[in-house]
Design a protein around this ligand. Structure first.
Ligand SMILES: C[S@@+](CC[C@H](N)C(=O)[O-])C[C@H]1O[C@@H](n2cnc3c(N)ncnc32)[C@H](O)[C@@H]1O
Length: 306
């Protein structure tokens, strides 16, 4: 597949990807940059998850001052700016392979009023990360929903360990054990639909991510990289019906991926259900019906460099 031309002037260099997509492409093949607004909305929606992880970070660090924060795979910088706000003595760097998303992160930092302590770095996380520590080793490295994308997790985790100060922590947000954003019986008119849809989504993700990316044993991977696991837990975020506009958009997007590429996997009635859920003009659509709740499952972990 053709490489994105932008890569040639990035830190590091474009290279082959065993799993067959460039690192500026999201699962499904579209450019990450196309997801800017959506990633920003979703980042705001999962704020309770981020708050929990920040509480875990603070507990792990005790009274250690936080001066350097790296947000790896920051996208539009929702967590970067949150971290800058929560750690007022810190300088935070939004790190991503996508320049357009980093431009959004810079805009957000200005909007939130932390631009003086936030900068951005165009970096491919599959390359050496040493330059990120040039201004000082990191007290906190944050990586949300990005490490499942890297071709060699051990190599990237070793690089992350290298940019962490001794006693500094890596904070992870990753997939939970559920692939669906809706509770099991959220679509009562079509029993089993949510689970069947989740199965298709899982297959699609698996096909677009590096092998094994959905089954990573995070504690083992962190320990193998020479980090001490401080906390590792599953968090479930539930939003009751009726959903607000942002929650509806999240639910809709979680259903859409399968609609783009997995249609052949559904039977006729499931296809009809999916079409109605996604048709904003239909009374049964995600954007209109008032009986749909939302459920997001994530794994969060904090690991310390000894
Ligand atoms: C699912 S988004 C997560 C964004 C944000 N951290 C969040 O939790 O909402 C994945 C992000 O990782 C970035 N990314 C994927 N592979 C990357 C790589 N090899 N190097 C740098 N960034 C990468 C994408 O550009 C995208 O912004």
């Amino acid at each position: 597949m053709a490489h994105d031309e932008h890569h040639s002037h990035h830190h590091g260099h474009a290279h082959g990807h065993a799993h067959g997509h460039a690192h500026t492409q999201a699962p499904g093949g579209r450019d990450w940059a196309a997801f800017g607004a959506r990633l920003e909305r979703e980042g705001e929606l999962v704020r309770p998850v981020h708050d929990e992880l920040i509480a875990d970070i603070c507990a792990a660090l005790g009274d250690r001052a936080v001066r350097r924060v790296l947000d790896l795979g920051s996208g539009p910088g929702v967590a970067t700016t949150l971290l800058a706000e929560r750690f007022p003595q810190a300088h935070a760097t939004a790190v991503d392979a996508s320049e357009p998303l980093l431009a959004l992160a810079a805009e957000r930092a200005a909007r939130v009023g932390v631009a003086d302590r936030v900068d951005t770095a165009v970096v491919d996380l599959e390359q050496p990360l040493g330059t990120l520590a040039a201004a000082g080793a990191a007290d906190v490295v944050w990586a949300s929903m990005v490490l499942h994308h890297v071709a060699s997790l051990p190599a990237t985790l070793a690089e992350i360990r290298g940019v962490l100060a001794p006693g500094g922590v890596l904070a992870l947000v990753e997939f939970g054990d559920e692939r669906r954003a809706l509770p099991e019986h959220a679509v009562p008119e079509r029993p089993g639909f949510v689970e069947r849809h989740a199965d298709v989504t899982r297959e699609l993700l698996a096909a677009h991510l590096p092998a094994g990316a959905l089954e990573i044993d995070w504690p083992s991977a962190l320990v193998a990289a020479g980090l001490e696991v401080v906390t590792h837990r599953r968090v479930v975020m539930e939003r009751p019906a009726p959903l607000d506009a942002g929650e509806r958009a999240f639910a809709k997007h979680s259903l859409e991926m399968a609609a783009h590429v997995g249609l052949h996997r559904f039977d006729d009635l499931d296809l009809l259900t999916l079409a109605r859920l996604l048709d904003d003009d239909h009374p049964m659509s995600v954007m209109r019906r008032d009986d749909l709740p939302l459920r997001i499952t994530r794994t969060i972990a904090v690991a310390r460099r000894p």
